[in-house]
Design a protein around this ligand. Structure first.
Ligand SMILES: [Zn+2]
Length: 281
């Protein structure tokens, strides 16, 4: 069995996973993440002990909302700055005497979908995040044990030189129109007050179709798996985007476009799945 940990900006979810069982998440707990690293790692180890409850653990996989270098060191984490350049992997390995793997949360979620979700049995797909931010990864199966993942900033390719100012400093990026906080600003009210048939979605659907189409041009795959708060709350957007893409696309056929099957559990499946494959980055 494995311990899978999804560390977010505010909560850490710790799961006991049995990838051979019918119900693969045996136990799951969610706890607040202390900003202070020492308090945080102590809390994490305490929760791991509670969740594993004496079960034999073969490995611990953890994902973080930040950049992780080739030595499994978290080097950048905007929401958890005090967790950067800390010996997370070494501390967990010494304490639990099992292999520990760390991965970026988007990569963890993509691996979860590749092995257990919407992209299982597929050789290649694009994992597309549409939430507060917009980003993607191109995941390709090399053989049964190795997957290659190339992450890229399609949320910040420039669609319009004189377009809306983006938080990255450029103008006309997809994220400037599609990102969760930009949507709230665009609609001028809380998103829970915006209905699915609001005419304001017309522009958003056009921009999203352009973004996905441009992504497809550079990454011609036959499956896009979508995740993130905006698209999972408004799946009707995909159905409105498809006909626009079909009309505009000339180089490639329209890819299959689906939501992530494991939903918010994808990163947990990915963190456990990291022990079944080598992720080549
Ligand atoms: Zn940008």
């Amino acid at each position: 069995m494995y311990i899978a940990i999804d560390v977010g900006g505010t909560n850490m979810r710790v799961a006991l996973m049995d990838l051979n069982a019918g119900e693969q998440i045996i136990k799951l707990e969610s706890h607040p993440v202390p900003q202070d690293y020492e308090a945080g790692i102590q809390e994490m180890m305490k929760v791991i002990r509670e969740v594993s409850n004496g079960a034999e653990i073969n490995g611990i996989g953890a994902c973080f909302p930040g950049i992780i270098d080739k030595n499994d060191m978290v080097t950048t984490a905007n929401n958890l700055p005090q967790w950067t350049h800390k010996p997370i992997k070494q501390t967990l390995e010494e304490r639990f005497q099992v292999p520990v793997k760390l991965v970026h949360d988007v990569q963890g979620a993509a691996v979860g979908e590749a092995l257990f979700g919407a992209a299982r049995n597929r050789d290649r797909f694009v994992y597309f995040i549409w939430g507060t931010g917009v980003g993607a990864g191109d995941i390709k199966k090399i053989d049964d044990h190795r997957y290659f993942m190339f992450s890229f900033e399609n949320g910040h390719h420039i669609m319009d030189w004189d377009g809306k100012l983006c938080s990255c400093g450029q103008h006309g990026c997809p994220e400037a129109y599609l990102g969760g906080s930009n949507l709230r600003e665009y609609f001028g009210r809380d998103m829970c007050e915006v209905s699915d048939d609001d005419p304001g979605w017309d522009m958003i659907v056009e921009k999203a179709a352009q973004t996905i189409l441009n992504t497809l041009i550079f990454h011609p795959v036959d499956l896009f798996v979508f995740s993130g708060g905006v698209i999972t709350k408004r799946p009707f957007l995909l159905e409105r985007i498809k006909p626009i893409m079909r009309e505009r696309l000339a180089l490639f056929p329209l890819p299959e476009m689906v939501l992530a099957e494991k939903g918010e559990q994808s990163p947990l499946y990915g963190c456990a799945g990291l022990f079944q494959i080598d992720l080549v980055k």
